[in-house]
Write a protein that binds this ligand. Structure first.
Ligand SMILES: [Zn+2]
Length: 386
């Protein structure tokens, strides 16, 4: 008897959770559609819809004409139930977005920083969070959680940062240092970027996606069968450290000749400095010079494009993705590199894999990872309900 009562309670919660998730997935939906989709009676659906409305989780969103000319009420998630904050901690800037409960973008903000010392960056991150909420008049209690994309390797439970070579961080317990009374989730920035592309960008409905995040290093977020692939120790996608020059320059990971030492933004700047002795130029200035046909910059961009292409070719040969999306500031010179990059990739990939892949440049600016993090937090909140 007792066991049966527990089972009934479980089933009840399960039905309610299913309805909530279905409203989220469909964005706008009628009771009848919910009943058909979930195989529930309309009475059951009506009961739970009423409860979800009372809990402020969903709301009415107009009517639609259904068969027989009758109008049926439509439902959606209540966008103001709570908000999530998605942050991308890059090596020289913080990018943040606020998503509402429906997953729409409510606000975005970006600030640069110079000193990468964790004791300097963390307070900055903390004031960035409070400023962003204040500027958009979102009260602290309405914040459901914070997600932070980081350029590095996380602990097995993704609770802290083990190693972020391009920030110079080792064993940094970021959530503890932030000391906020909100859940803080971490994810590798390339993984977050891949999710951002799937939800907001070019990767929608793509089952097998490789998102190549080109920054001061190179990260790769992999979506396999519509799911983020993390690997045995959450360390998958570190293609930036595959060797492309056996006797090449040393890498911050301890190896030498890694892909990111030849194809990242820092690689371009190193090569440019070798040719011009100019070591003060930023990557954006370098890209600007490429657009102005500066001969040194153009030559360096060609070399970097060759390395970028040969690495992407290996990713394609190994994973047979449906789409490869390149993210990062390098997207600013898409028109200058697209053809040579595609040629490089074609020459080095298996014919069948090349024919089946689409090469794209991210259209999310530098927001892919922040959007992905906001989405991760939203998923966690919805999965913990009702
Ligand atoms: Zn390396």
């Amino acid at each position: 008897m007792f066991k049966r009562a527990i089972n009934q309670e479980l089933m009840r919660n399960n039905n309610k959770a299913q309805i909530l998730r279905c409203v989220k997935a469909k964005q706008v939906v009628s009771k009848r559609e919910l009943a058909e989709e979930l195989g529930l009676s309309t009475t059951t659906v009506s009961t739970f819809i009423r409860e979800l409305e009372q809990e402020n989780l969903i709301q009415n969103s107009g009517t639609a004409r259904s068969t027989g000319g009758r109008r049926s009420l439509l439902y959606q998630l209540n966008p103001d139930y709570c908000y999530t904050l998605g942050l991308d901690l890059q090596v020289d800037r913080i990018v943040g977005v606020i998503l509402d409960f429906k997953g729409d973008i409510r606000a975005e903000k970006e600030i640069p920083f110079r000193e990468q010392d964790e004791w300097k960056v963390v307070p900055l991150l903390k004031s960035f969070i409070t400023d962003l909420l204040t500027e958009h008049e979102i009260p602290w209690p309405k914040l459901g959680g914070i997600g932070i994309g980081v350029p590095g390797v996380l602990s097995n439970e993704a609770e802290s940062i083990d190693f972020a070579p391009n920030l110079g961080w080792k064993n940094v317990d970021l959530p503890a240092m932030l000391a906020l009374d909100k859940p803080v989730y971490l994810e590798n920035e390339a993984n977050a970027g891949a999710l951002g592309e799937v939800v907001f960008g070019l990767g929608q409905n793509v089952a097998h996606l490789a998102y190549i995040s080109v920054g001061m290093g190179i990260g790769c977020g992999l979506i396999i069968d519509h799911k983020l692939f993390a690997g045995h120790l959450r360390n998958a996608g570190e293609f930036g450290h595959m060797t492309v020059e056996p006797e090449g320059f040393p890498c911050r990971c301890g190896n030498k000749g890694c892909w990111e030492v030849y194809a990242s933004n820092s690689a371009a700047l190193r090569m440019y400095t070798e040719r011009t002795n100019n070591d003060r130029i930023t990557f954006l200035e370098f890209l600007h010079r490429c657009h102005e046909n500066d001969p040194h910059a153009t030559e360096v961009l060609q070399t970097v494009t060759t390395y970028l292409g040969l690495g992407i070719a290996s990713v394609i040969n190994g994973l047979n993705p449906e789409m490869v999306i390149i993210g990062g500031e390098i997207t600013n010179v898409k028109s200058l590199i697209f053809n040579s990059l595609l040629r490089e990739i074609k020459e080095r990939t298996l014919e069948k894999s090349f024919a089946g892949v689409r090469l794209e440049f991210s259209q999310l600016g530098n927001k892919a990872a922040a959007l992905g993090m906001g989405t991760i937090v939203l998923e966690k909140i919805v999965n913990a309900l009702p």
